[in-house]
Design a protein around this ligand. Structure first.
Ligand code: PEP
Ligand code: MG
Length: 580
């Protein structure tokens, strides 16, 4: 048995599919004059294969999304047919005596740099197309195998060194039973997504693994306990099959409370919403009884493509989500890229401390063009449902004001064009930086709501990188410092009469529920799979008792004391419920 970290609960039993690494090196090989013809032919052959492959992708895509989305691939074919591109490659082969793959790589770099330097969005997009199609051609010249997940086979367990959020965004949950990664942490965005999709995930197994896992091996993944079994004895498989069945049974039972109002026995209603990052996750959230979306992580919309999504594309997605929610509210968070969330087509600088770096609202305020496009799309969607806007990583009043100034510009533009939007759309901020907590009283006067992002707030308050497995034991949401942060935030919101929600992973932690009731927060937003579990506890937890407990927690000096009291409280409620 291999011990890793359980990052998304659930049990998966099946065959492994090991994802190979896909960064390839192009050695700088020189050739002879006599090799020219052969190298030209290799380029022609690579182009033919690439075009054939692109046609196939177009056909597949057309079936899924219609022909609208396939024009990007027409552009790719046009590049492969472009004599200027071909001349550049041939020139490098002939003048510099370089092998076909080296010439292609250099030609791509040449055109990409040239287009990138132009101050023109259209040309910048062409640069991305060249990079994309050029990499495809390179792949064929190097003869590296296609890295695609098996489609027509039985569902499998994906094993990878690491999975980026954008790779995970491409996974079809119907094909993937479970995931095992060598690196990773529970609060990385890949882990958050796996939980939202209900895929069992174990991360950080590398230290305990003596031999690599091979494609085709039988594996059992216990995402709750962080255990992975490779080629286990039949008795272990049988035991896990039983466990999986009882989990399914428990889920089925919980489904009974999906339609019940989420209210405590003494009448405190606490709306339970979902965190989502895609339409896929929205459907899962709705079937888990979510009353609205408290956090739409829009960055995944940006990851799912090879260029920034246009206003129209964003608007369509936001509108569909708003409409699908049928009047329940939708909190759309503006782009929160950076940290562990990268875009292939947007080169972020290498940083020593990316979580403290160029990210989230800082990028939005720097790239006003991108920000305004997103704000216009969100504003337009607000005409189709109860849409609220939220800024991430706010640390000062200046940031709120600067963001609101761009929002006002977007409103004015829409007014001028006679485009409808909700003039009373609420605008709130994430509270996830300690500085924001310290000035929560001031911020509360300028925004309509707070949403506490505990994932980052824990990381910044305790100075513990949320991605670093080595110090994951220090990542402690029940540290007394965090409790004080939460108290201060909730008090500032209450005093100003604005709503306060919690949307970090801690919102779905059953132990924390009395804290939220004690603080009298308005909404909790969490991974869909936690909603019914939290609701079940909410239905038997009194707010009055939670308030008294919170008073005791305030006096605790250590995290251990806090957790002990929360566990005792939980045990008392369990006992009371069991005794009817
Ligand atoms: C958070 O920081 O708690 C949060 C909800 O945002 P994200 O996890 O996307 O950083
Ligand atoms: Mg955050």
């Amino acid at each position: 048995m291999i011990q890793g970290i359980g990052a998304s609960s659930g049990i998966a039993i099946g065959k492994a599919f090991v994802l190979p690494n896909w960064e390839w090196e192009v050695p700088d090989q020189k050739i002879d004059v006599a090799d020219f013809a052969r190298e030209f032919e290799r380029v022609y052959e690579g182009i033919r294969t690439s075009k054939h492959e692109i046609e196939q992708i177009k056909d597949e895509l057309r079936e899924v999304v219609g022909s609208e989305e396939t024009h990007i691939f027409d552009a790719h074919i046009a590049i492969l047919d472009d004599p200027v591109f071909m001349n550049e490659i041939q020139g490098i082969i002939q003048r510099q005596y370089k092998a076909a793959e080296v010439a292609v790589k250099e030609a791509i770099d040449h055109f990409v740099t040239m287009f990138d330097l132009l101050d023109d969005e259209y040309m910048k997009e062409r640069a991305l197309d060249i990079k994309d199609v050029g990499n495809r051609l390179l792949k064929h010249l190097l003869g590296v195998p296609e890295i695609a997940l098996p489609k027509d086979t039985q569902p499998f367990i994906l094993v990878a060194k690491e999975l980026s959020p954008s790779q995970l965004a491409h996974i079809n949950p119907d094909h993937v039973l479970g995931i095992v990664t060598m690196a990773g942490s529970t609060t990385s965005h890949s882990s958050i997504m796996a939980r939202a999709l209900g895929i069992p995930l174990v991360v950080g197994v590398e230290g305990d693994l003596n031999e690599p896992i091979n494609t085709g091996q039988m594996i059992v993944v216990d995402g709750g306990e962080g255990k992975v079994y490779i080629e286990p004895e039949p008795a272990i498989i049988a035991e896990y099959e039983r466990l999986r069945e009882s989990e399914t049974e428990e889920k089925r039972k919980l489904q009974h409370i999906a339609d019940r109002t989420s209210v405590t026995p003494d009448g405190k209603s606490l709306r339970l919403k979902a965190n989502i990052s895609s339409m896929k996750e929205l459907e899962i959230a709705l079937s888990s009884g979510a009353s609205g979306v408290g956090l739409f992580r829009t960055e995944f919309l940006y990851m799912d493509r090879s260029r920034f999504p246009r206003e129209e594309e964003q608007f369509e997605v936001y509108r569909s989500v708003a409409e699908r929610l049928g009047g329940e509210s939708l909190v759309i968070r503006t782009l929160d890229i950076g940290g562990d969330k990268q875009l292939d087509y947007f080169e972020l600088p290498e940083e020593d401390n990316p979580f403290l770096g160029y990210r989230a609202i800082r990028i939005s305020l720097d790239r006003r063009d991108l920000f305004k496009t997103q704000l216009r799309a969100i504003l337009r969607a607000s005409a189709f449902g109860d849409v609220k806007l939220m800024y991430p990583l706010i640390s000062s009043l200046e940031e709120v004001r600067a963001a609101n100034a761009i929002l006002d510009e977007a409103r004015r533009e829409l007014d001028e064009d006679g485009i409808a939007y909700d003039k009373a759309m609420k605008v709130g901020i994430m509270i996830e930086v300690p500085a924001a907590v310290m000035i929560a009283d001031l911020l509360a006067q300028e925004v309509d709501f707070f949403s506490v992002g505990t994932n980052d707030l824990v990381q910044f308050t305790l100075a513990v990188d949320r991605m670093n497995e080595q110090i994951s034991h220090l990542y402690d949401p029940f540290h007394p410092a965090l409790l004080r942060m939460l108290l201060q935030t909730a008090e500032a919101a209450k005093r100003q009469g604005i709503t306060v929600s919690v949307c970090g992973e801690m919102a779905g932690d059953l132990r924390a529920l009395p804290i939220w009731l004690g603080l009298d927060v308005d909404d909790l937003s969490m991974s869909a799979h936690s909603i019914l579990h939290v609701k079940q506890r909410l239905l038997m937890t009194r707010q009055e008792e939670s308030r008294a407990l919170l008073e005791q927690l305030k006096a605790c000096r250590t995290s251990n004391e806090i957790v002990q009291r929360l566990n005792d409280f939980k045990a008392t409620i369990n006992e009371r419920t069991a005794n009817g």
